[in-house]
Design a protein around this ligand. Structure first.
Ligand SMILES: Cc1cc2nc3c(=O)[nH]c(=O)nc-3n(C[C@H](O)[C@H](O)[C@H](O)COP(=O)(O)OP(=O)(O)OC[C@H]3O[C@@H](n4cnc5c(N)ncnc54)[C@H](O)[C@@H]3O)c2cc1C
Length: 455
């Protein structure tokens, strides 16, 4: 088959892939963007945006319950229909990517819907509904395949009508009861959403605590809130067997069997590197991620960005890495990737947000750690806020250098509070300078001052 010569092929159009394809096309390169499913990837159709719309609705219900105590009687009748409609109509246009395809074409890039595979050094074959198309690249190949939900090898599980994030986002109804496997950000967010809409939820986490990538104090606080709100939290126990009887799931966890109408699996993500043909470019295909250097180079004329690069599975990471790789492909002397101040947020209520290293990570790196911690209910704003004021600020300082290397915020709008801490960790602002800041009264972020005073 004759190959068509182009400058760049981008395989996978997640947030980063879409961004880099458009950037390179606008810079004048001939670019082919390839996606087998929806342009934009997981984030707009099955992840960040629809789940945060669901959370917005669930939070509104929680605030209505609080209003009853703070502001007089409120009648609350939860209804999933407006949530499902908003996800279907506003967020995803009924899982139609035409707007994103049009945006990509308007940038000057070409789009091929199909499965892209590296079939030789500098060569990509795309399997489309019109047959295979072969491209040879002048400049390079960008890999942005993202991840698919991983279903663990639990006896009986594979044959059941389980949900992953994709079915959960698309649901038109709320099950009466639900078992959530996985206590990471995805499992925690869904557990709270469906619980607030009336499902009786059991959250099973094989590790010792929820949100294992966050500080133990954050995990502890979230568990306390979940249990207070009626979510059953089971930690340190693995699901070993699943049965579905046509109506209910029965999940064996340790000595107990949990039964629920729906099972949601949120136990991690996976990428099939061999299906991507990376070996043809000299990249090992037996792992889950692709090793990249500080300019996102994975091999000669191959760049990898986003979840598959393994530096953090976040939309902001995919977009950040797209910028780094785009500059390199265009031969610009752009900045290299830095990962000392990577932020992330879990949008539970309270939100759990952090940046940089946890205390344990800093200690493991041999940092002379000093920690400052304060609880939000002890702050003026926490006292005023009253219901829903659960939260904390934790700072991790490198005492030798006098700078923060990590920080966490838990609480209402903690992802926003994190903004100030992100600047401090990213720019390595001296702690002495931070201590001299005037923090507006009575804000939640003013609690940063109390945490600084504990250092
Ligand atoms: C429920 C949930 C909630 C989340 N919430 C947040 C959040 O609030 N904030 C945040 O920052 N992150 C969040 N994330 C993570 C976020 O969705 C991802 O990090 C983000 O989508 C970036 O992924 P990516 O760019 O690597 O690729 P993806 O978004 O995974 O897209 C990859 C694309 O590549 C395509 N593809 C793969 N292989 C091929 C191939 N060989 N040929 C053609 N096409 C291919 C796929 O069809 C897909 O469209 C969430 C994730 C989940 C599951």
């Amino acid at each position: 088959m004759t190959a068509e010569v182009v400058d760049v092929v981008v395989i996978g159009l997640g947030p980063g892939g879409e961004s880099i394809a458009a950037q390179l096309a606008k810079a004048g390169l001939s670019v082919v963007g390839v996606d087998a499913r929806l342009v934009g990837g997981e984030c707009p159709y099955y992840a960040c945006i629809p789940t945060k719309m669901m959370i917005r609705a669930a939070d509104a219900l929680a605030e209505a319950h609080r209003a009853s105590e703070l502001a007089g009687s409120v009648q609350i009748k939860p209804d999933w229909a407006p949530v499902a409609a908003r996800v279907r109509d506003d967020a995803t246009a009924n899982w139609d990517d035409q707007a994103a395809v049009d945006r990509l074409l308007a940038s000057g890039a070409r789009f091929e819907r199909g499965w892209g595979k590296i079939t030789d050094a500098g060569e990509v074959t795309v399997s489309t509904s019109d047959g295979d198309k072969v491209f040879r690249v002048n400049r390079g190949i960008v890999l942005n395949p993202g991840t698919d939900p991983a279903v663990p090898p639990i006896e009986g599980l594979a044959d059941t009508p389980l949900w992953t994030n994709r079915e959960a986002v698309a649901t038109e109804t709320v099950p009466s009861s639900m078992i959530v496997l996985g206590g990471g950000p995805v499992g925690c967010e869904f557990a709270q959403i469906f619980s607030r809409f009336g499902a009786d939820v059991t959250l099973v986490q094989s590790g010792p605590r929820l949100l294992p990538n966050d500080e133990p104090e954050s995990s502890e606080l979230l568990r306390k809130v979940f249990e207070r709100d009626g979510i059953r939290v089971v930690t340190g126990a693995r699901a070993t067997k699943v049965e579905y009887d046509g109506t209910n799931f029965h999940v064996q966890v340790g000595d107990e069997t949990h039964t629920a109408e729906q099972l949601l699996v949120a136990t991690g993500r996976t990428t099939d590197l061999s299906a991507l043909g990376v070996k043809a470019a000299g990249i090992p295909d037996d792992g889950k991620t692709i090793n990249v250097d500080e300019r996102m180079r994975a091999a000669d004329k191959v760049w990898a960005i986003g979840d598959v690069a393994g530096k953090g599975a976040f939309t902001h990471m995919s977009m950040y890495e797209a910028d780094i790789a785009a500059a390199d492909i265009l031969g610009k002397d752009g900045p290299v990737a830095q990962y000392h101040a990577v932020p992330h947020a879990t949008f539970t209520d309270p939100e759990v947000a952090s940046v940089g290293l946890t205390q344990a990570e800093a200690e493991a790196q041999g940092v002379n750690v000093r920690v400052g911690l304060t609880n939000l209910p002890d702050s003026s704003r926490g006292y005023i806020h009253k219901l829903g004021n659960d939260g904390l600020i934790k700072l991790v300082e490198d005492a030798d250098r006098g700078v923060l290397v990590g920080a966490s915020a838990v609480g209402p709008g903690a992802g926003e509070i994190l903004g100030a801490l992100l600047v401090a960790v990213h720019a390595e602002v001296p702690t002495s300078t931070l201590k001299g800041m005037i923090l507006a009264y009575p804000t939640f972020h003013r609690a940063i001052g109390a945490a600084l005073a504990e250092l």
